[in-house]
Design a protein around this ligand. Structure first.
Ligand code: 0X9
Ligand code: CA
Ligand code: ZN
Length: 435
């Protein structure tokens, strides 16, 4: 793995940490919970009835609640007992749900060992690089709050040369408990490398595009959620908050466009949607934002298209998240038409539901809004499998990983195909795609 010079000193400390984690990995499924950690409140999912419209969902989200799942006139949230009491006091109608295992029947939920650990993820990246040195090159782009390496993997023909080709970025695992998204990164890496020179479409795309994969944006959160012996339903990063015992920032509320503008995030450190002390206050957000800014070459952002992988809901989402409006400053009718056309084309291939992200509920400080408004990148969110808790919620079993990652093969290739000019998806090439 090649390291940026500025990362070398801390990378050494992080390597020691990685080795320690690797040693602990073998027993992760049965290890006793960390006795030094404060006793965690009981966290579970609740159904909230009578929440039917985007406005009602935004009102609920405004209380600082992260919404996991949307039904016709109800939603599912994750909350501890204190949050649940607070919401009931506000007049919300909550019903505690049983754990995913019971909801989906036997075998519907995963064990921590079903997914790659952080250390195993980096090992898989290193193995791909060793096996395909002309196609794969990884870099440490910075460190998480706890000092773990955040890695970007470039995949392209002649990978060692920065060619003048459209670049496409895939980010994964902003939210700690969304482990299936890390599997998605490893699937894409395996598929692209194994099919180059074999599959004509993959070969042509890697000959003409440069792909960047960031398999985990939130390594500390992933380790915290996965490696204590049982899952913790953790969402945020692991950065302490001054003046509060509550840990963590919601990285997908911490990006530097209209940060905290619109009731789509929380100012309370205890909230699952805490936006952080300021835009890019979280180290992980800053590392990825700096990486993206570093792809401006000769005054031009090289990255043209992006997917941020989340779970769950089976959705393809596009900007804006901070306003319900279809067009807004920085988002013209033609831009919106291109987002809808390309998002719908991708959804046609994977069976997800395509929509503007604010159709769900308002979010501010999301990665999609920043990448589009600030960097001009056609930026989507995929909410992967399942559609509901019955499929395992945030923790679907390992038996579905192959099916649910390969399900996005065509969508990923479609994004690569349109990376030269996304407006082409909406038939606007004459206006926007002049050679
Ligand atoms: O709320 C989120 O950050 C995402 N949903 S999740 O259940 N994975 O937490 C959805 C974000 C969609 N909004 C924007 N992309 N603006
Ligand atoms: Ca290339
Ligand atoms: Zn998420």
């Amino acid at each position: 793995m090649r390291r940026f010079p500025r990362g070398r000193r801390t990378a050494t400390a992080a390597t020691v940490l990685t080795l320690a984690l690797a040693l602990a990995t073998g027993t992760q499924a049965t290890a006793a919970p960390d006795a030094s950690a404060p006793a965690a409140a009981t966290v579970r999912q609740y159904q909230v009835d009578g929440v039917a419209t985007a406005e009602q969902r935004t009102a609920l989200a405004r209380t600082g609640t992260a919404i996991d799942e949307i039904g016709a006139d109800s939603v599912v949230i994750t909350a501890d007992e204190a949050d649940a009491e607070r919401l009931t006091g506000l007049g919300y109608d909550l019903t505690a749900l049983t754990a995913p295992t019971e909801r989906g029947g036997p075998g519907a939920a995963a064990a921590p060992a079903d997914y790659h650990t952080y250390a195993e993820t980096l090992a898989a990246v290193d193995a791909a690089e060793a096996a395909h040195p002309d196609l794969v090159s990884s870099q440490v782009i910075g460190q998480s709050y706890e000092g773990r390496d955040i890695v970007a993997v470039k995949v392209s023909a002649d990978v060692g040369v920065d060619e003048d080709e459209p670049e496409v970025l895939f980010t994964h695992n902003q939210h700690a408990r969304e482990h299936l998204t890390v599997e998605m990164a490893l699937y894409t890496l395996t598929e692209l490398t194994s099919q180059y020179g074999t599959d004509p479409e993959v070969t042509a795309l890697l000959d003409t595009r440069e792909v960047w994969l960031i398999p985990t944006v939130n390594p500390d959160g992933k380790v915290h959620d996965q490696e204590s012996g049982s899952f913790r339903s953790w969402r945020k990063n692991r950065e302490p908050n001054s003046g509060s015992s509550a840990v963590g920032t919601d990285l997908n509320r911490n990006w530097a466009y209209e940060w905290g503008c619109c009731g789509g995030s929380s100012g309370s450190p205890g909230s699952d949607t805490y936006r952080g002390a300021g835009p890019e206050s979280a180290p992980e957000t800053g590392v990825v934002a700096d990486f993206v800014r570093g792809r401006v070459v000769g005054g031009e952002q090289q990255i043209t298209a992006h997917i941020d992988f989340h779970t769950y809901g089976e959705l393809v989402l596009w900007p804006y998240g901070h306003t319900y409006a279809d067009t807004a400053p920085g988002l013209t009718a033609d831009d919106a038409a291109a987002f809808e056309a390309l998002g719908t084309a991708m959804a046609d291939s994977n069976g997800y539901t395509p929509q503007q992200s604010s159709d769900l509920y308002i979010t501010d400080g999301s990665i999609n809004d920043w990448l589009w408004a600030d960097q001009g990148i056609f930026s989507f969110t995929f909410e992967m499998y399942p559609t509901s808790g019955a499929g395992g919620g945030f923790y679907p079993p390992g038996s579905v990983i192959d099916r649910e990652t390969s399900r996005n093969r065509e969508a990923v290739l479609t994004l690569l195909t349109y990376a030269d000019c996304a407006y082409r998806a909406a038939g606007l090439e004459a206006e926007y795609c002049a050679a």
